[in-house]
Design a protein around this ligand. Structure first.
Ligand code: FES
Length: 115
């Protein structure tokens, strides 16, 4: 395992997320009430930046573009792209796909991610 320091925990308050680049990978870091998690930052639908979306119910991230929702802890699709009306036609060729997740640890108040 190769953990990379991202930032201090105080720099990512509970309820917020941020995008970082680690060894060429674009990663979203989320601070939920029960811990800190990481997924790929690009939506698996058509690659929108998830950190421009929002955290829903302290457990899901909603894509800003077509409103797909993913479980932040597992990366699994909760709701696939559904906005605007008619987007389902694109879903025929862009089927549901989970986000990649990454292990996160906190040591000495530093958030570290294993890529
Ligand atoms: S790009 Fe994320 S739902 Fe379409």
């Amino acid at each position: 395992m190769s953990y990379h320091t991202i930032c201090k925990t105080e720099e990512l308050p509970v309820g917020e997320m941020k995008k970082v680049n680690v060894e060429g990978r674009k990663i979203a870091i989320y601070h939920l009430k029960d811990g800190i998690y990481a997924t790929q930052s690009s939506c698996t639908h058509v690659m929108a930046n998830l950190t421009k979306g929002k955290i829903v119910d302290d457990c899901k991230v909603q894509c800003p573009l077509h409103r797909a929702q993913f479980d932040i802890k597992t990366g699994e699709v909760v709701t696939w792209a559904n906005f605007p009306p008619g987007i389902q036609a694109l879903n025929f060729i862009r089927g549901e796909k989970s986000l990649k997740t990454y292990p996160v640890i906190v040591e000495d108040e530093l958030i570290k991610v294993d890529v």
